[in-house]
Design a protein around this ligand. Structure first.
Ligand SMILES: NC(=O)C[C@H](N)C(=O)O
Length: 371
């Protein structure tokens, strides 16, 4: 915590100011609609400072700083934006000593940002809380401002340290490693996949954790976002899609899935790895598995077997065996991770130039259990 002493001259009481940096990125939380009952067709229109100004009763022992990094619906975000966020947090910590952060974000891709930051920021004592809302700020019963208030209170709480990135919405505190959006419309949408549950909640203006401090996984990637941003000239805030991490394509399996799409991704997009949202725990047609094996053998492109089902796990035991009774060397089991998180994990593995064996050992780690 960055602490500044202030002494109340009347009472002589000494208090400490906790500095929290609030990083605005856009989303419904920063949006306004035409009417105060509309929950669709709204536009991102408010800055992070506008949002904080709507909370008059913030505790006086907080020193709030703001920065608007971009102001976009989260469907427009790409890995370039993740690098900008990573760099902002790293620089604020290293140059200004700031340790407490709140990020306001659209809910649609919030879990991807949370997972990425959870894997790539590992400073002792740094607390990162991400929040958003399901109803625009202009709505009569919007969840925006109270979610932001709760996120600020959670970010300031000393008990929030050493738990990884936290996601705070709708009175609940979840782990950025496990959390996922489960309902397209409802306020009660973020859930930690079945097996994990929430870490705590917010009730009667207090932060409660159900468990002692811990982190779901030991995986950590050290990335030099400042260097990547410099190399790639990423200092822009427009909506242009620029994916600067290695290309990983995700495919959703269905009855009659056409595996010719896989070859298109290789030839036309230059994909470096494939993630399959399989049916059940690793089920794909024999034809699809044959083509994935061929793609590995011909181009060295690995495939992660993830799942369409929200909960459950694809383990190494469920990977397909071919006619020789063996599993293809390029097949990786995605464990408990959903396809969008498998994609980010693969992008980070590719960024580090990991071999397929190293990738498998990352996916085998506690908290994932794939491999
Ligand atoms: N509730 C939301 O924030 C959804 C919005 N489309 C976004 O992700 O930016």
């Amino acid at each position: 915590m960055t602490e500044f002493k202030i002494t109340d001259t009347k009472t002589e009481e000494t208090k400490f100011l906790t500095t929290i940096k609030i990083l605005g990125t856009g989303g419904t939380i920063a949006s306004k609609a035409e009417s105060n009952t509309a929950t669709s067709n709204y536009k991102v229109d408010l800055t992070v400072e506008d949002l904080v100004n709507k909370i008059p009763d913030l505790p006086k022992d907080l020193d709030l700083k703001y920065k608007q990094l971009f102001n976009l619906d989260s469907k427009e975000l790409s890995s370039s934006h993740l690098l900008i966020l990573h760099n902002e947090i790293t620089q604020s910590y290293e140059n200004e000593g700031i340790k407490n952060f709140v990020i306001t974000h659209g809910t649609d891709s919030l879990e991807e940002t949370a997972f990425f930051l959870d894997l790539t920021i590992n400073f002792p004592d740094v607390v990162i809380v991400i929040t958003g809302s399901m109803r625009p700020s202009s709505n009569v019963s919007s969840d925006a401002i109270f979610n932001l208030y709760q996120a600020i209170r959670v970010a300031a709480a000393p008990e929030s340290k050493n738990r990884g990135v936290l996601v705070v919405l709708n009175d609940s505190i979840g782990s950025g490693f496990y959390i996922t959006k489960t309902n397209a419309n409802s306020l009660d949408t973020f859930k930690s996949s079945g097996q994990a549950g929430f870490l705590g909640n917010f009730v009667h203006d207090a932060v409660h954790y159900y468990y002692p401090k811990s982190h779901p996984s030991k995986i950590h990637f050290k990335i030099d976002s400042a260097k990547l941003i410099r190399l790639l000239d990423l200092n822009y805030v427009d909506t242009k899609r620029r994916n600067e991490l290695p290309e990983v394509s995700v495919f959703y399996n269905v009855q009659g899935f056409n595996p010719a799409l896989l070859q298109l991704a290789v030839d036309q997009i230059g994909t470096k790895a494939i993630v399959m949202a399989t049916s059940g725990a690793g089920s794909l047609s024999t034809e699809t598995n044959e083509i994935l094996k061929y793609i590995w053998e011909k181009y060295g492109i690995p495939v992660v077997y993830s799942k369409r089902s929200q909960d459950g796990c694809v383990t190494a035991w469920s990977l397909p065996q071919y006619e020789d009774g063996k599993v293809s060397k390029g097949s990786i089991a995605g464990g408990y991770l959903n396809p969008q998180k498998c994609r980010i994990l693969m992008q980070l593995c590719l960024l580090q130039n990991y071999t397929v064996e190293q990738m498998k050992s990352v996916f085998e780690t506690d908290g994932i259990f794939g491999g």
